[in-house]
Design a protein around this ligand. Sequence first.
Ligand code: COS
Length: 417
Amino acid sequence: MPFLNDQNRMWQEKARNVAEKVVRPLARKYDELQEYPWEIKQALAEAGLLGVWIPKEYGGGGGGVLDLCLVIEQISRACGGVGVMYCVNALGSFPILVGGSEEQKKHWLPKIATGEKLIAFCLSEKFAGSDAQSLRLGAKADGASWVLNGEKKWTTNGGAADLYTVFAVTDANSKSRRISAFLVEKGTPGFSIGKIEDKMGIRCVPVVETVFQDVKVETAQLLGGQPGFGFHHAMGTLDLARPGVAAQGLGLAQGALEYAMVYSARRQQFGSPVNSFQMIQQMLADMASQVEAARQLVYASATSLDRKLPGAGKMAAMAKLYATDTAMKVTTDAVQIFGGYGYMKDYPIEKYMRDAKITQIYEGTNQVQRLVVARNLVKETNALTQLLDAYIPREVQVGYNDPATLAAQKAAEPARS
Ligand code: COS
């Protein structure tokens, strides 16, 4: 990539190294075991990759969203499950970066950067998925403390993580200041892990229900110290995190394409390698073009966030939906190129397809991404109307005996010609 700078390439190279030396050889083992890969987490921490996105003043690597995406892409190329196991630490810690107080940043971020503490993000509930604002877990003030009661669903990293960013209702009567976020530590009395999900893909990372029964937390654990800003913190976090899921999709698509290239050169049918047949060549060419288009969008959206450019949230949603739809398409085509072998578990490619599916669903379904993009387009329409409206003809209802309508019709005529 010619436009990557030295810092970007340094992170990319480090990640590629860990991906090839540690992640790829262990990918199948942890997919089968459905267990958290502590040895891989250790390797990521030793390479300094767990703090890429955390500013240097808080003990991190000082990289941006683009650096984070480059790392996620390389890891996901080797294993989509490890890709999310890695990037969920960014998702969990972004609320602290977005809305945390200085004390909270100083206390938690250095520990997250070294891998001493793993973090998870608790927003979704059984009855609050896409409609995140409708969450029900409640937090009631009790003197200088808050008491949390309720449940969360699909907490990725749950059980492995030491710290949980938990979104709760603190003012049920308020429309726009209803929700606040709390930093809850593992081991807090009343906080437990419920059902552990048995998943189609990303099997090496736990996804669980988390249960909160009279969990008492101090005011110091309220994110940013002021109640009512939780939904803004959640949305700001998702804007930052979505290019990461996009990068996961990109890595999965790239990894599947590479396996398909190698296998189609090896596999002989009708006396020739199957990559000499035009139908396979067309598939490979389409897959590669789609992967490259996704890559450009992911890098551009990450750069827009790093530069705080207007429209960066829209770009993040575009990157997420495009790259993860590409992941599903390309991994499915890669299975097709492997033919009957591709469907079998002792070949590496079916795992890519299983791991890809969830990227279209989590951190906002791709339907929600389209909604975010469309809402932005509607907002942008006013300015465009001023520029373009005059070029679009306007029809008038003809009323033959109505002088006012005839006059309006006549007035509109010069604009048409
Ligand atoms: N950044 C900061 N604030 C934002 C924001 C953003 N990107 N998007 C919305 N907000 C604010 C709005 O400004 C509004 O604030 P006020 O109440 O002060 O006016 C508030 O949040 C509510 O906004 P809106 O009315 O647009 O919210 P909706 O309930 O319509 O929800 C969607 C919008 C659907 C986009 C949101 O609920 C969403 O992203 N859902 C998916 C959730 C998700 O990704 N879950 C997966 C969790 S991780 S596995």
